[in-house]
Design a protein around this ligand. Structure first.
Ligand code: SF4
Length: 398
């Protein structure tokens, strides 16, 4: 691995021969992270076998779950998912409804669809056995360069880099490179640095699966985006950002795209037996394919006098709150149905709560349909007195 920062070090050149100092540094990195990981790795359910010898299907499941989701949350959901879908064949044969239901709470449901499609591709194209070759792995739906590298190294102990945002950040800081995390230059630099360390570790007889997982763990728990714990870092003595006080400025901040605002008007209809009216979202966009209380959405505020979520006229206001996703601010208004007989539109169905609990639901809809202490007016009953409940959520000024 070559180190670089303009004016003080030689630039890192793709494919450039590494100096003796670089080779010594690579060896030191691989030795230190391997020792650190062996002693400090978190106990997580997908680490039931050592890196390099794991079931590739299980690596695929855990890696897709871990994308943009905290390990603690994945640790809660992973065992139940594996119990229900223990191999690619079981997952390929499952209904998408069941897959989404087991994915509930992990967010980013597109990943669940990719995983389902991946299982079908493994069955159809590879006879149910995950390929070893990184190029073939990348041909599977939902498997990009990072996931292919993770499967190749963690399951087959092949010297493939697995460079996610965490690992990129570690290398940018180690090298003192003030690049933004998701730029092609940063990813190329981190990929080459990681490959270089893997080559060095192989010479020392340390498996690439162990090195990759150690680097990922280091970025997730020590070399964190803000306030990295350099005093506990095994690489502190090698790190240019630490030495030069640049940990706050590397990686360079990315210009955040402004969030979109969506207005959502939801009707919570509950019949005399306690069943809720629900509908399934379309296959594209936010919360694709998940179930919800009938909801209409618009970039502009919605007039309840004209909106008809699921064919139902909104009545008493039950709640209003703001739900933040990574890219959107969703301003929810939840109403009971207006007085009168409810005639749902096609696609809206009455379902009992135990059945709804097994459907794929976003966390916000789970709260509206099952967890929230909202009092929807029972269908076909007298309308209760208007009683605007105080919001349980902070609603910023528009
Ligand atoms: S010393 Fe600090 S900045 Fe450098 S790799 Fe370790 S945690 Fe990250």
């Amino acid at each position: 691995m070559s180190s670089a920062r303009s004016g003080k070090r030689k630039a890192t050149l793709p494919g450039a021969a590494r100096s003796a100092a670089d080779l010594r540094r690579d060896a030191a990195i691989s030795k230190r992270v391997a020792e650190w990981f062996t002693e400090h790795a978190r106990v997580l359910p997908w680490r039931d076998l050592p890196p390099g010898g794991r079931d590739p299907y299980r690596v695929l499941v855990s890696e897709l779950m871990l994308q943009q989701t905290q390990a603690s949350r994945v640790a809660e959901r992973y065992p139940a998912f594996l119990a229900r879908f223990p191999d690619a064949g079981a997952l390929a044969d499952a209904d998408e409804e069941d897959v989404l239901a087991l994915w509930s709470g992990l967010g980013y449901y597109r990943r669940a669809k990719h995983l389902h499609a991946a299982a079908k591709a493994i069955e159809a194209r590879f006879g149910g056995r995950m390929p070893r070759d990184p190029k073939e792995l990348r041909s599977i739906p939902g498997v990009g360069a990072y996931t292919a590298g993770a499967i190749a190294s963690l399951a087959f102990d092949l010297p493939e880099p697995a460079v996610d945002g965490n690992v990129t950040r570690v290398f940018l800081r180690l090298l003192g490179e003030p690049l933004s995390l998701n730029t092609p230059a940063a990813q190329q630099l981190a990929g080459e640095a990681a490959r270089s360390v893997l080559t060095s570790s192989a010479k020392a007889g340390v498996g690439p699966g162990l090195i990759n997982e150690a680097l990922i763990e280091l970025g997730a728990t020590i070399c964190t985006p803000r306030s990295p714990s350099c005093e506990r870092c095994p690489l502190a003595g090698l790190c240019i950002a630490k030495r030069e006080g640049l940990t706050d400025t590397i990686p360079a901040p990315k210009k955040a795209a402004p969030k979109k605002t969506i207005h959502a008007l939801t009707v919570l209809a509950i019949d005399a037996a306690g069943a809720r009216l629900v509908e399934r979202r379309g296959d594209g966009g936010l919360w694709a394919g998940l179930w919800q209380a009938p909801t209409v959405e618009s970039p502009e505020p919605i007039d309840p006098a004209t909106a008809r979520p699921g064919g139902v006229a909104p009545g008493e206001l039950l709640d209003e709150f703001v739900h933040e996703t990574t890219h959107r601010t969703v301003r929810f208004v939840v109403c009971a149905p207006a007085p009168g007989k409810i005639k749902p539109s096609t696609g809206a169905l009455w379902k009992p709560t135990d059945e709804i609990a097994r459907l794929g639901l976003s966390s916000v809809q789970r709260r509206i349909l099952l967890d929230a202490p909202l009092k929807a007016r029972p269908a076909d009953k007298e309308r209760p007195p208007v009683n605007k409940r105080p919001s349980r959520y902070a609603v910023p000024a528009p």
